[in-house]
Structures are given as structure tokens and as C-alpha cells.
Design a protein. Structure first.
Ligand code: 13P
Ligand code: SF4
Length: 329
């Protein structure tokens, strides 16, 4: 658990201090699109889970300050073990990871020995180690289309992403019953009211949304996909059904357009802010760079086991694996 910051940092110019420490430490600051705007603005790179994994694998920095959630920082450590990886708040978890304890997942796998395990990156290192191929929301479609149609698959932990892929590709993957609490909170009734108020405004949704939201979407895709859609749609208003901090990038790129976060059950989109992502703050990032803590540490055997399924994702996402190379790891 991350200890609360007890020292008084109020006199510090945090932005300047973070810049100073980033140089001193030869650190790279990676941030997910769901981070607070002030963190996105100072990051060296802002991206989706796949892009952040690639950056972590490629960087020549000595330190990776990961402004995202724990499974993302763990992925950085798995791919770049020689780097120091700090996460400003070690409690920045994910409801999907929590829904999938490794022991239960191991039993699920063992019960389906003829299935390969295709697993969403939003899971623990231990679940990655039990999986054959990892996917992110931006790589899932490319990867699934390379898996022979007669190959049975178990998919976890997000049942909505898995269900979306099943519908789109006509597959019958067995789904682990996890959900993202953030995307689960969008309200269909409130979304329909919002659409009525903005006739003609398209809806862009993340595939972690339940089907009753995805069914109203004009575009379904990862955070980077939604951002691309926002940059190319012809209208002036877009309804965005994913964590609302991504709207910051849309407003920077297209200040003349209107981006509206899809509402939750009370008609207010605040319930769609990811409570885990929100734990990272400028203060905690400053302390993490200064003290090089809290740091991701991982048992080497676990890291190597988890790396196999991640490497498969990186290869398949860039199309460098042939169909004959697939199957259980
Ligand atoms: P992306 O891979 O689309 O960035 O999604 C990550 C995530 O946690 C969505 O909730
Ligand atoms: Fe996890 Fe959902 Fe937060 Fe993404 S938005 S990190 S899936 S809880």
C-alpha cells in the first residue's frame, strides 16, 4: 500500500521539480489517456495500453514513471526488467484485475484443456503467466483474426470486450465474468436522452461498455481508436462513452468541436471517472521520481512466464506471427 504523503509540498513548483528530476534520473514519464490533464500535459508520451507497452519495451531511459494503473506498470517491468519502474500510487488497481484471482483462473483453464487462453491485458502478472496470448482493446481484433476459427478459446477477464469480439467475429469464446466498474456505469436511458438533445451527434464507445451502450455507438474501439475517430468525424459534437479524461486530448486537438462525456445513472458523468487512475497526482509523481518509490518488483520466474504471452501479443499485433505458430504456450 502507498503511504499517504505527510510532508508539506505546497511551496514547491511541482511541474519544475518533476522536470528537474526527470532529467536527473534519466526518466521517461508515460501516461494513459485516463490520467488527469496536468499529468497528461507533462508526460513524455500519452497513449493507450498497447502504445504504452511498446514505449516501455523500447525506451532507453533508466527509470519509467508510469502514470496509469498497476497492471500497466507491471507490464512495463515485464518488458523492461532492467529499468526502475515507479507507479505514483501502488493502490492504483483495476476492477478487471480484481475480478480474476489467479487460482480461480488456473482452475478455469484446467477445466478447458483444449482451449487457448486469450487474455485482456487488464489482469495480474500471474494471470498473464497462465495465458497464451495477451490482447489490448486496440490489438484484440487483429489478433483474434489470426486465430483459426476451429480453435476453442477462453477469454478473460472482461466479459463485455469478450462478448463484443464474439459478436463481431462470430466466435464462441468462453467468457470470464469480469467487468470494468467505470464502463459498466454508463446509463442507456441517460445516453438516449443525451442523443435526443444532440440529434446527429455520433457516439464513440470503448468495448468495455456493456452491449446496451455499444449498440448505440457509431464507433467502437480502444482509447486510441476513439481519439482517432474524434479527429476524423465530420460533425461538430461527439458523445464519448469511455473514461472522460480522454476528452482532454480531443479538446487539445480540436478546440472548436464539442465533446460530451456519456452520462452515468444519475445523469452526471463523474461516476465514470476511473477511481484507480485518479489516485495518481502531481505530488505523488514528484515523490516517486525523487525517492524512486513505490517501485514495481517482480519475481524473475513469474516475469519470464508472463512475458511469453505479452511477447506473443506484440508479435501478433504487428502481424509477424503466422497461423501455424498459434496454440497453447
Ligand atoms: P485502452 O487499451 O483502450 O487504452 O484501454 C485501457 C483501459 O483500461 C480501458 O479501461
Ligand atoms: Fe480498470 Fe476500468 Fe479503470 Fe480501465 S477504466 S483501469 S478497466 S477500472
Amino acid at each position: 500500500m502507498t503511504a499517504p504523503i505527510r510532508e508539506n509540498l505546497s511551496g514547491l513548483d511541482l511541474r519544475a521539480e518533476i522536470d528537474r528530476l526527470r532529467k536527473e534520473r534519466n526518466a521517461v514519464i508515460l501516461a494513459h489517456y485516463y490520467q488527469k490533464p496536468e499529468i497528461q500535459d507533462l508526460a513524455d508520451f500519452v497513449g493507450d495500453s498497447l502504445e504504452l507497452s511498446r514505449k516501455a519495451a523500447e525506451t532507453d531511459a533508466d527509470v519509467i514513471a508510469f502514470c496509469g494503473v498497476k497492471f500497466m506498470a507491471e507490464t512495463a517491468k515485464i518488458l523492461s526488467p532492467e529499468k526502475i519502474v515507479v507507479l505514483p500510487d501502488m493502490d492504483a488497481g483495476c476492477s478487471l484485475e480484481d475480478s480474476c484471482p489467479p487460482e480461480q483462473f488456473a482452475r478455469f483453464r484446467a477445466a478447458h484443456p483444449d482451449h487457448i487462453a486469450l487474455t485482456y491485458i487488464n489482469c495480474s502478472a500471474a494471470v498473464k503467466a497462465l495465458s497464451d496470448i495477451i490482447v489490448t482493446s486496440s490489438s484484440a481484433e487483429t489478433i483474434i483474426s489470426q486465430i483459426p476459427e476451429d480453435q476453442p478459446i477462453i477469454f478473460g477477464p472482461d466479459r463485455h470486450l469478450g462478448g463484443y469480439l464474439n459478436r463481431k467475429f462470430g466466435r464462441e469464446m468462453l467468457l470470464w465474468p469480469g467487468v470494468c466498474i467505470v464502463h459498466e456505469a454508463f446509463s442507456e436511458t441517460e445516453l438516449l436522452k443525451l442523443k435526443a438533445q444532440h440529434p446527429g451527434a455520433p457516439v464513440a464507445a470503448h468495448p468495455e461498455c456493456p452491449p446496451h451502450i455499444v449498440d448505440h455507438a457509431d464507433y467502437v474501439g480502444s482509447t486510441s481508436g476513439i481519439l482517432q475517430f474524434a479527429k476524423s468525424f465530420p460533425g461538430d459534437t461527439l458523445i464519448v462513452a469511455t473514461e472522460p479524461h480522454i476528452i482532454h486530448q480531443m479538446e487539445l486537438a480540436l478546440p472548436e468541436k464539442n465533446f460530451i462525456g456519456a452520462p452515468g445513472a444519475d445523469g452526471n458523468c463523474n461516476c465514470n471517472i476511473c477511481p484507480y487512475m485518479a489516485l495518481n497526482t502531481m505530488e505523488k509523481l514528484y515523490v516517486a521520481l525523487r525517492d524512486l518509490q513505490p517501485r514495481i518488483e517482480m519475481d524473475e520466474e513469474l516475469r519470464l512466464a508472463a512475458r511469453k504471452s505479452l511477447d506473443r501479443m506484440l508479435e501478433m499485433a504487428s502481424g509477424t506471427v503466422g497461423k501455424g505458430d498459434l496454440g497453447r504456450a
